[in-house]
Design a protein around this ligand. Structure first.
Ligand SMILES: [Ca+2]
Ligand SMILES: [Ca+2]
Ligand SMILES: [Ca+2]
Ligand SMILES: [Ca+2]
Length: 524
């Protein structure tokens, strides 16, 4: 039986691990021995993006289906709001913050989930402890584009709400061009005020934070091909895009037009090689007192949690590695000093809870992790499951592709809901991760191979979609359906190719390239 189950998952998960860092077969690792990480809540559907605490409850956003999910007492609870969002690329349910019971949401609105974009909008809702009610439209921003819509929101010490927006593919004065009218892109704005903008010249961002000591705002920004950034964002900050990413040279500065008194300053830290930094937060609690002068940042590509130590006036960072004195980790330099944890998948939010602990949202894992002191760690720290979708991600170009999400949902909601499915996944992961990174790498290097894999995956996805239409609530049913799907896939992937290949062999023999691709597919 284990071999049959393994075969199911070979065929099933051949198509799925992650470009976002390490295969997750366990919980993430934290370097500090005084802390451990637990899976606080798993199985959040539809790609969780950002969250906020309202009292002891968590409201977490589901990117693709426009839902706000309640997490209460450490468990997934009901949907407390469901709106319609366009969700291609970086669009969807993006930002949330609150001021007491007033909850602010930012999303790319549509007439139906997955429909055409209408606008980027901020609404204010009332949280009545059961639902989000009485929406008021606060900001109606120009039509969304698939990328660089930003979305992180944060509440300042004086209860103003700030929203960060990327360039959305628009290029004018707010992107440091000499012409082009301002249009609510590349900015940080106070949503309760008319202009002027708080900051401009921002390319793409998923992170905003407020220093609880100074009240200063900080952001993370994603560079184009290089130089991701962490910035101290003082009022009237100009981050430099689209002239500058990373620290400016004298030539850069001479090319920068000055826009209405905004002041350029360099980032406090840059990664020359992109990591896609996302969330940022300060550790402002007794439980995390040893980090009171530190800033945490998450990334999406490598699944790392970074820790930066602030200087005495909290305007920049201090490093012991002198290679970082230039505030840049260059291509040949080590990230060791600033990597605090790893294995989180694509981190999309960091929050300090009312319990003083650090909460970490992982979009790719559908999970909220929690970092807890070793001294109070329970035995509930889980080590099971997880795992990205390397091959499907490489095939369909993005972890956010619907085909990848579909495979994840089948895995998390159908297969892992039974004991036989779960024990099988453990065995499968060990096998799958032994070859899938190589297949995913090959796909990225070789577009023709990628197209071939895509064709090969399509019947698999069709067969798995059958699982959506059946209820599996017993072990026997899981095995029954599992074996049926295995047989279907054995037929599709092993029997019919043998027949087809024997027929095509003579025709293909002159085309060495194609037959090599077929051989690669079949030998995998
Ligand atoms: Ca948040
Ligand atoms: Ca919806
Ligand atoms: Ca910048
Ligand atoms: Ca350096």
């Amino acid at each position: 039986m284990p071999k049959i189950i393994l075969l199911l998952w070979c065929s099933l998960m051949l198509f799925t691990p992650t470009v976002f860092g390490e295969p997750a077969g366990s919980v993430p690792i934290i370097k500090d021995q005084d802390f451990v990480v637990e899976r606080f809540v798993t199985g959040i559907e539809s790609s969780p993006t950002t969250m906020t605490f309202v009292g002891n409850d968590i409201l977490v956003l589901q990117k693709h289906d426009g839902k706000v999910r309640l997490i209460r007492d450490g468990h997934i609870d009901k949907v407390v709001l469901d709106v319609s969002v366009t969700n291609i690329g970086e669009q969807g349910m993006l930002g949330i913050t609150n001021v007491g019971s007033a909850v602010y949401l930012y999303f790319t609105e549509s007439a139906s989930d997955g429909g055409e974009p209408i606008a980027k909008r901020v609404y204010k809702y009332e949280w009545d402890r059961n639902d989000l009610v009485n929406p008021v439209l606060i900001k109606d921003l120009p039509q969304t584009r698939p990328y660089h819509n930003g979305g992180a929101m944060v509440t300042s010490l004086d209860d103003s709400v700030y929203l960060i927006l990327g360039d959305a593919g628009r290029y004018g004065k707010l992107q440091n061009h000499k012409t082009g009218e301002p249009d609510d892109t590349s900015v940080i704005m106070r949503i309760d005020k008319e202009e002027p903008y708080y900051a401009m010249g921002i390319r793409n961002s998923f992170g905003l934070a407020v220093d609880p000591v100074t009240g200063n705002i900080w952001d993370t920004e994603n560079g184009d091909d290089d130089f991701d950034e962490v910035n101290l964002v003082l009022p009237n900050f100009n981050s430099g895009w689209e002239v500058i990413m990373g620290p400016a040279t004298q030539d850069d500065l001479s090319l920068l037009p000055s826009y209405e008194g905004y002041v350029y300053s360099d980032p406090e830290f840059s990664w020359q090689k992109p990591v896609a930094p996302t969330a940022i937060t300060f550790a402002s609690s007794e439980q995390l007192a040893k980090f009171k002068d530190s800033v945490f940042v998450g990334d999406c590509i490598y699944g790392n949690l970074y820790k930066f130590d602030l200087n005495s006036d909290r305007t920049g960072f201090v490093f012991s590695n002198t290679q970082l004195d230039d505030k840049v980790v260059n291509l040949d330099e080590s990230l060791d000093e600033v990597i605090f944890g790893s294995g989180f998948g694509c981190i999309t939010d960091l929050e300090i809870g009312p319990d003083g602990l650090l909460y970490i949202v992982s979009l790719s894992e559908g999970t909220i992790f929690r970092m807890i002191p070793q001294s109070i760690a329970t035995t509930s720290v889980s080590t099971e499951e997880g795992g990205g979708c390397l091959i499907a991600t490489a095939t369909f170009g993005s972890e956010l592709a619907p085909q990848v999400q579909f495979l994840r949902e089948i895995r998390d909601n159908t297969v892992l809901s039974t004991a036989s499915g779960t024990s099988f996944m453990t065995a499968f992961n060990a096998f799958y991760y032994s070859f899938s990174p190589a297949v995913a790498d090959l796909e990225r290097q070789n577009p023709m191979f990628k197209e071939t894999v895509k064709v090969a995956i399509t019947p698999l996805l069709s067969s798995l979609s059958l699982l959506q239409y059946v209820y599996i609530d017993s072990e026997a049913e899981m095995l029954g359906y599992g074996i049926s799907i295995i047989l279907l896939n054995v037929g599709m992937y092993f029997v019919s190719p043998v027949v087809i290949i024997s027929k095509l062999k003579k025709k293909l023999v002159k085309n060495r390239t194609q037959s090599r691709f077929l051989h690669e597919i079949l030998s995998n």
